[in-house]
Ligand binder design. Structure first.
Ligand code: SF4
Length: 368
């Protein structure tokens, strides 16, 4: 008979769930079993800290209390609620999936149907199915990868698909059969997430407080600090952007308006409004790129200021120029003139916040 491995102990999930039931955070999405609400919270929590999500979640639920109200709302209203939360494709997919759900006649109840919705991958499908329906599915995100790789002292690169499969296998093997939400898959999924968020954190995990300290192979072998193993992240790409503030006086009222551009639906900041800009390294290159990319003839007349924004894999260094239009912008719904009040209503990503503030109070910024 092969010997049972010492670590982790066979029933570690029982100790984990016992700890969770005694000691977990009271979060708004933990007070419901409504799959719609759990789904929205899971989408908001992707790449975003819990503290940042709580306020957005509450407002979203006030504005769109059920899947029907979300499906009926215009996309711009949904994006407006999302403003500042980042990764806007999440909001667009949420809106699209809400319409799919209404077409299905209600929130789906099988894993496969949930997984087929727009913007839902293995992780979210597993999370919604296990948390809302207490059904057996693994939900493996970055937190869970870290916890399990330490628990098993797993020394492979966790970003590799084979590692994810292995870890998902261990998580799945230990899904408890309990039929109550407090003992079954619902509690297990949330307990793993909670342990990763509160105890088995990336730096300085609180092993002395961990319900799995007697199970943890990394702790027993003294290798906690080396886990999880990750290959080097790609370096952030620095991009030089030239932004043109093109202004005119509103016919009639004489108010100042700025030319705005709606970005392509696909790609970075897809579908959002921006102060038009191009990758360039001089005002002359900017002028040529505006003409080539959009058929927009402009004349840069003065440098205003520099600003920057860091995305996950790129870093925009933006030179903001005042520019004059040499002819009218293309007649398309991708372009519009907007005064500062209208800009405040538009979905403009935080990358452009400093520019928006400048236009609202240009003198103040110049004094800084
Ligand atoms: S004992 Fe430490 S390393 Fe192991 S699971 Fe708990 S917190 Fe993580």
């Amino acid at each position: 008979m092969p010997e049972e491995p010492l670590y982790p102990g066979k029933d570690w999930q029982d100790r984990l769930i016992g700890w969770y039931n005694q000691d977990h955070r009271d979060l708004p999405w933990r007070r419901t079993r409504d799959p719609y609400r759990i789904w929205v919270s899971e989408i908001m929590l992707q790449q975003t800290r819990v503290e940042a999500v709580i306020g957005y979640y509450r407002r979203f639920m006030e504005d769109f209390p059920d899947v029907e109200s979300l499906a009926e709302a215009p996309l711009d209203r949904v994006l407006k609620d999302w403003e500042g939360l980042g990764y806007y494709s999440r909001a667009r997919n949420l809106h699209k999936a809400a319409r799919q759900i209404v077409d299905m006649g209600g929130f789906p109840e099988t894993y496969e149907e949930i997984r087929s919705l727009s913007g839902i991958g293995d992780y979210t499908a597993g999370a919604v199915w296990s948390i809302a329906y207490n059904r057996p599915a693994a939900a493996v995100d970055g937190n869970v990868l870290r916890v399990i790789s330490r628990l098993y002292a797993y020394g492979e690169d966790i970003l590799e698909p084979t590692a994810r499969r292995q870890i998902t296998g261990w998580v799945t093997e230990h899904i408890p059969p309990g039929t109550s939400y407090e003992e079954g898959p619902c509690a297990y999924t949330q307990a793993l997430m909670e342990l990763g968020a509160m105890v088995c954190v990336p730096k300085n995990p609180r092993c002395e407080k961990c319900p799995l300290k007697g199970d943890c192979r990394a702790l027993a072998e003294g290798v906690v600090k080396t886990l999880p193993v990750r290959k080097k992240q790609k370096a952030q790409k620095m991009i030089s952007r030239y932004i043109a503030l093109i202004e005119r006086k509103q016919p009639g009222s004489g108010r100042r308006e700025t030319l705005m551009h709606r970005r392509d639906e696909k790609g970075l900041l897809g579908g959002l409004w921006e102060y038009p800009g191009v990758d360039a390294s001089s005002p002359e290159e900017m002028r040529q790129a505006f003409s080539k990319e959009w058929g927009l003839e402009i004349r840069p007349v003065g440098f205003l200021f520099e600003t920057e924004h860091v995305f996950t894999h790129r870093h925009w260094k933006m030179q903001v120029y005042e520019a004059l239009p040499e002819k009218e912008p293309p007649d398309s719904d991708r372009w519009c003139w907007a005064d500062v009040d209208r800009q405040a209503e538009m979905m403009i990503p935080t990358a452009f916040r400093k520019i928006q503030e400048y236009l609202a109070e240009p003198e103040q910024l110049r004094l800084v």
